[in-house]
Design a protein around this ligand. Structure first.
Ligand code: F6R
Length: 469
């Protein structure tokens, strides 16, 4: 049987992860993969295969990751792994230290809601081990020397979906801190666009699951061109984590809801810390600014908690607007990048058509979509551009739109005079505003989807790990 599988695999093209049963060989399961993830789980009196550790942590924490070309034979009591020539391979087991309750709803109606509430703790877990004596420490990156960094002429951030939106926020922050051009490219585009990556390029790859096929292929393309790769990943030992030159883990814990929330927040704060760390190595950030940002990062978990206290208001606004067919998000700079994520969250779980626009682009076409009754979510947290946010709100109001605005606490009164509803986030360093603003946007999406009776944790047509192209 093993030989038959092996010979067949030599003839199969494309990406796959198989679990193969044969009635002539009862009690045995043969597993093989190419490009798609496949994980073996060691139990007592039972063993598992799965594409993601979250599928089996309720039963076992002992896992190992299969490599391309390997074939595993599982029975209830044993797991044997062979290479493509059928020579036995000794696999290293990994123990997943995620808390099992992290994969349970624990009385919450949905995983997504629970994961939104877990964000302050997840962010704390991600930042605490990386701050010591008021300095950012990243021992995982000791090989990235200042000399290497000084020769970097371009940084690419590559990701998909929400992880791509983290990149969009980070671009604004990193360019300002590092003074190096940062390009954020969708992984599915990067691999086919003849990218300008070479040995002087740093490629940062962001992925919660660490198994997104497009992201993995884009990273391989970057490596082929000589670029150094650094991955930001949540799942320890996942394919992207293993194949990047350097890896920084987010410590969000298992994320079960398809729509990402706590993984997004931990990616964002880790990118802030990393930006600060690299800027320090390059000498492009002053002591005062460094201290100011680091202090603000440390107060983030507490501030996120205060944003979560606005749940009732958000629930009320959602009940007011859940029936809309189309919702627009507008903002500039960091608020624009934030709007992209707010809009994606809303559309993926509530099935409402939604778009995010850079406010300055309204007059170049989009404003023709604004008609009486349209709902516009206007993001105006970024102080230097607050007045511009106000004039964009007046523009859409003049065309009959209803506006739900998001701003900082000290601008609530002013915003309240022009918007139909106002949500606020506490004051913080500008670069951390997106980490706070995302929370009400996630809650808004959640409550709108709840009102519409949607399957919140498993929205139609979507998968948690996107292991196909
Ligand atoms: C949206 C969402 C997706 C993922 C995207 C990338 O809520 O979860 O857009 O962000 O599929 O997945 P990862 O980060 O696992 O590479």
């Amino acid at each position: 049987m093993l030989e038959a599988v092996s010979r067949t695999l030599h003839r199969i093209e494309g990406s796959y992860a198989f679990g193969i049963l044969c009635s002539d060989y009862p009690g045995a399961l043969i597993a093989a993969r190419k490009d798609s993830p496949l994980i073996l789980g060691y139990g007592e009196g039972f063993n598992f295969i799965a594409s993601d550790v979250t599928a089996m942590i309720r039963y076992t924490r002992e896992v190992c990751y299969m490599e391309d070309g390997e074939i595993a034979v599982l029975t209830a009591d044993s797991i044997s792994v062979f290479n493509s020539e059928l020579v036995p391979v000794e696999k290293t087991r990994t123990t997943i230290d995620w808390d099992i309750t992290a994969a349970e709803k624990c009385g919450h109606p949905h995983f997504m809601f629970k994961e939104i509430l877990e964000q302050p703790e997840a962010v704390r877990r991600t930042i605490s081990p990386r701050i010591k004596d008021n300095r950012v420490i990243m021992p995982e990156l000791s090989a990235l020397s200042p000399d290497y960094l000084k020769n970097i002429t371009r940084i690419y951030i590559i990701a998909c979906g929400s992880s791509f939106h983290v990149g969009m926020v980070s671009k604004y922050i990193w360019e300002s801190l590092l003074r190096i051009p940062v390009e954020v490219v969708l992984a599915s585009e990067f691999r086919y666009c003849d990218p300008l990556a070479d040995k002087n390029t740093l490629v940062v790859v962001i992925s919660q699951s660490g198994e997104t096929l497009d992201t993995m292929a884009a990273m391989a393309e970057a490596k082929r061109r000589g670029a150094k790769t650094l991955s930001i990943v949540n799942v320890v030992g996942s394919s992207i984590a293993r194949s990047a030159d350097h890896v920084l883990y987010t410590w969000a814990g298992p994320e079960i809801a398809v729509a990402t929330t706590k993984a997004y927040s931990t990616q964002l704060v880790l990118m802030d810390l990393l930006g600060l760390y690299l800027a320090d190595l390059l000498g492009t950030v002053g002591c005062e600014q460094y201290d100011e940002i680091l202090t603000a990062i440390q107060t983030l978990p507490e501030q996120m908690q205060t944003v979560l206290a606005q749940t009732n208001d958000i629930q009320y606004f959602a009940s007011r607007w859940f029936n809309h067919n189309s919702i627009f998000f507008i903002g500039r700079n960091l608020d624009y990048a934030m709007g992209l994520e707010g809009s994606l969250k809303l559309k993926e779980i509530s099935y409402i058509h939604s778009e995010a626009y850079a406010s300055g682009e309204l007059k170049h076409g989009t404003i023709s979509l604004i008609e009486p009754g349209a709902l516009v979510v206007a993001l105006g947290t970024y102080a230097p551009l607050f007045d511009k946010a106000v004039s964009n709100i007046l523009e859409v109001k003049a065309r009959g739109a209803q506006v739900m605005a998001l701003t900082t606490e000290n601008r609530k009164e002013k915003m309240g005079k022009i918007a139909d509803a106002v949500l606020t986030v506490p004051e913080t360093h500008a670069i951390l505003l997106p980490s706070l603003s995302v929370v009400p946007l996630q809650l808004f999406a959640y409550y709108v989807a709840l009102q519409r009776g949607c399957d919140i944790d498993k929205p139609r047509n979507l998968a948690k790990s996107v292991t196909v192209e």
